[in-house]
Write a protein that binds this ligand. Sequence first.
Ligand code: FEO
Length: 397
Amino acid sequence: MSEVAIEKNTYWVGVNDRTTDLFEGLWPIEGIGVSYNSYIIKDEKNVLIDLAKGIKTDDFFNQISRIVDIDKLDYVIVNHMEPDHTGVIKTLRKIARNVEILCSPKAVKMLQDYYGISEDVREVKDGETLSIGSHELQFVHVPFVHWPETMVTFDTTTGVLFSCDAFGGYGAFQGTIFDDECTDLSFYEKESLRYYSNIVAKFSTPVLNAIKKLDGVALKIIAPSHGLVWRKNPARIVDLYKTWAGYSTSGGEKGITLLYGSMYGNTEAVMNAVAQGISDGGIHPEIFDVARVHVSYILPSLWKNNGVVIGAPTYEVSLFPYMQQVLEKAVLKNVKHKKAIYFGSYGWSKGAFKKVQKIAEDLNWEVTEGLEFPGKGTDDIFESGYNLGKRFAQSLK
Ligand code: FEO
C-alpha cells in the first residue's frame, strides 16, 4: 500500500504483513495478516513515529522516501520497543545518520539490548512537549500498554494520537486504513478483541489507567500501530478497550464458553447434553474443542463471558492435556473472576476435577459443581449433565 495522508502534513507509511503465520511467534494470523502502522509528520523537523518489523524493508523505506528523504529525518519516536515496531531501526540509522531517537527512559536500555544502539538517543519525560515547527508533539507515558517502556505521542496541533499497541487489532488492511471507509467494521472489532485477549489482556489495569490519563485530551484521530485509523469515531475503539479492560475485574458479561476435549467420544456425548441444558437455560453456549481450536480463538470468548463450562476426561490421574494448556493460558492472561462447572469421563482413576479446582484457585474462578462419571455416560449421567447445564445457565447474572 502507498503512503496515505491522515491529517495536515501527517502520513501513514506502514507495512501490511500477510506472510507471517504467527504473531509474536504464538498467535495465528494466517489468512488475515496484520499491519505495522508507522507515521510521518513533515514539518520544519521531519518526524517518523514508530517503525515496522524487519520485513518488506525496501517497500517501507520507499514509502518514507516519497514524503521525505530518509536522510532528512530529524527524529524517530519509539513509542514501544517490541520488534514489530522497531525491527528496521538499525538499518534506518545507517541511512538516516543524523536522526535522533526519542523514547521513554525505560526504552534506552532496550535499544542497547536489542540493537546495540546508544548514541543519539534522547529520553523524553512524561508530559514533555516538542515543537517541530507548526506542530507540537506531547509524549505521554503509558507503562505496560504493552511493555513497561510504552508511551503514546499526541499531536496537540492536529489532535492525532499515535497510540502504538493501544487501540490496535489484528488484520491487514483490506483497501483502506480508515474506519469511515471500512465496509466491514465488525471484522476489525472482532479481530481487535482477539488481539486484546491475546496480547493486551494481562495489562488491563494499565489500559484503564492510560484511558483515564488521556481523558480530557482533545483527540480527533486515533492512529494505532496495528489496525484501523479511527478518524470518524475514535470514541468507538476507546469504548471497546475500556469495556474489555473492565472484564478483568467484573468477570465479563453474561454468557458461557463451553470448552471440551474428548478421547473416545464419551465426554463429548455428555457435552451435547450439557449444551442442550445451557441452551434451555437461556444462553447460547460458545463451544470449543480444545484439541482442535487454537487458544488464540478461545481467549476472546473466555475473556468476554462470565461463565465457563469445562468438559474433559481424566488423563493419567490428571486433566486432559489440551484442556490443561488452555486453562494455563487463561492463568497467563489473567482471565479471572468467572463462574465455572466441570464434567468429564474417567477410566481407571479420577483426577481431572481435582486438577480443574486447583487451576481455578489461581484464576479466582468459582467452580460451583462437578460431574465425574466412569466410562460411557448412562441415561442418568446424561440427565444429570443436562440439568447441570441448565442450572448453570440460570445461575448466571
Ligand atoms: Fe505491537 Fe507490543 O507490539
